[in-house]
Design a protein around this ligand. Structure first.
Ligand code: SF4
Ligand code: SF4
Length: 469
């Protein structure tokens, strides 16, 4: 039986009471200790000092007062558990405009799993009978009717594949490798879906798209509509269970399958292994199976990279929580965690460094990266529910990219792509926003040295060394 939000909140009680209200979680450092600050930069939103500790919680920056910063929300969770506060629409309106970006979690020296707490709090709020905000009710209704929150027709989910001549991959019966596309790339950023498939095709991968694919449930896990999310999860598990490996191009879908599903499945294991497509490309580079071709349009362009929260920090926090759980005392080996995080965050950078070498781009990091990367503003139900806040946050991130003189802002998530791209246009940041795989496909950069075998791909794991059991 799946757990309720209130049960999860009760389970998290020891963690919630670990919070000492020090408020360290409202600031973030650069994420790269050797990196010098770049000083003050006057961007489209405000003048920010990119040096030392910088305000980092998008909800706190937007709304300003105590309750909206993470420490306030943890105090709300505590008050609910103590019976000092009841759920109400006023409580909902404080806990909802939070992007669940996890920046607070990454900063907390007490290792409080803030995103888990905030999501459980929201789920308990819905269970207590507090109606979701109108915009979240709308997407909930749409996904129940159409299996996607955008209002797209179910039969048009893979229209992009037909249009791009990729239809043969829909329900390709012999394939053991799948590509879960997700609603944003299926109905909005089809450029990302097409690029991913074309790269798989050039690599000779026999893969399948599953016509019964439905929304991964991410927005619904985030806003507390857990029943809706679980229904979607069960459909996807049924539809993908015959596969050995499933690839993703969306950070949110990848995180939802990999991190959320096992939690809400009552600790059962997924029937297949999951990987993001950028992990495949990074491994192929390391194993010298691919290189890139030179390109005169990209030569000399300054390219920066935005770590999506869902493929970056959220995994980092999970690794940290796993180590804490495995530890038999209050100590855990930080070096082990640091090594794992280093390997994890280097994956997209391996691709960008190879592009620098082969194509001639100039890869330039922003001030805040990796575990301390500033959010794009799209997640946690914020893009749908609070679009102005969402776009202002994306513009803050674009400011960081402008501050290092980027011509191209890359990322590896169609939802980040959408928000950064919209803010780039709305606030006139003057950059080009591209997915890394999209850039590889758009400029025809892939130079295949040796096609990977099916076994090589199926055996590929998230980390090069198989983790100790
Ligand atoms: S969550 Fe952590 S960093 Fe934030 S106030 Fe609580 S103890 Fe301090
Ligand atoms: S998850 Fe992000 S937006 Fe929400 S409280 Fe934490 S830092 Fe702020």
């Amino acid at each position: 039986m799946a757990k309720t939000g209130m049960e999860r909140l009760e389970e998290l009680k020891p963690q919630i009471f670990k919070c000492i209200h020090c408020k360290a979680c409202r600031f973030a450092y650069s994420g790269k200790p050797s990196q010098k600050g770049i000083g003050e930069y006057k961007g489209k939103q405000q003048t920010v000092l990119y040096e030392g500790m910088v305000d980092s919680c998008p909800a706190g920056i937007e709304y300003g007062w105590e309750a909206y910063w993470n420490a306030g929300k943890i105090w709300i969770a505590r008050s609910i558990l103590n019976g000092d506060l009841e759920f109400s629409e006023a409580v909902r309106d404080v806990i909802m405009p939070c992007i669940t970006c996890g920046m607070c979690s990454a900063q907390c020296e007490n290792k409080v799993p803030t995103v888990d707490i905030i999501e459980s709090l929201r789920a308990a709020c819905v269970e207590a009978g507090i109606p979701m905000i109108d915009k979240h009710q709308l997407v909930d209704r749409l996904v129940k009717e159409l299996n996607n929150p955008y209002g797209g027709k179910p039969e048009e989910r893979f229209k992009w594949a037909k249009d791009a001549g990729l239809e043969k991959y829909v329900d390709n019966k012999d394939a053991k490798i799948g590509y879960y596309v997700g609603c944003t790339a299926d109905y909005r950023q089809t450029n990302i879906a097409v690029a991913t498939c074309k790269i798989f095709e050039k690599l000779g991968i026999n893969f399948t798209l599953i016509s019964d694919e439905v929304c991964c449930g991410s927005p619904f896990f985030r806003v507390g509509a857990v029943d809706t999310a679980q229904e979607l999860m069960n459909k996807n598990l049924e539809n993908f269970k015959h596969l050995k490996k499933v690839f993703f191009s969306c950070a949110g879908c990848y995180r939802t399958f990999t991190v959320d599903y096992p939690k809400w499945m009552d600790d059962e294991e997924l029937p297949f292994e999951t990987l993001h497509a950028f992990e495949l490309i990074a491994r192929l580079i390391k194993d010298e199976k691919i290189k890139f071709k030179a390109n005169k349009d990209l030569k000399g362009k300054k390219v920066t990279y935005h770590d999506p929260c869902h493929t970056g920090r959220h995994f980092g926090v999970e690794f940290e929580q796993e180590l804490i759980e495995q530890s038999t005392n209050l100590m855990f080996d930080m070096r082990k965690l640091d090594q794992k995080l280093e390997e994890w965050f280097e994956k997209p950078r391996t691709i960008l460094q190879q592009l620098e070498k082969d194509v001639g781009i100039e890869f330039q990091e922003m001030y805040r990266i990796k575990m301390n990367s500033m959010c794009c503003g799209a997640g946690g139900g914020v893009r749908a529910g609070y679009p102005d806040f969402s776009l202002r946050t994306a513009s803050l991130r674009c400011d960081e990219a402008n501050a290092v003189g980027a011509d191209i802002l890359t990322t590896e998530c169609p939802f980040c792509w959408r928000n950064l791209s919209d803010a780039n246009e709305l606030y006139e940041h003057g950059m080009q926003v591209l997915g890394i795989l999209e850039m590889i496909d758009k400029y025809d950069l892939l130079d295949v040295q040796e096609k990977p075998s099916e076994d090589y791909i199926i055996e590929m794991t998230r980390f090069e060394e198989k983790e100790e059991e």
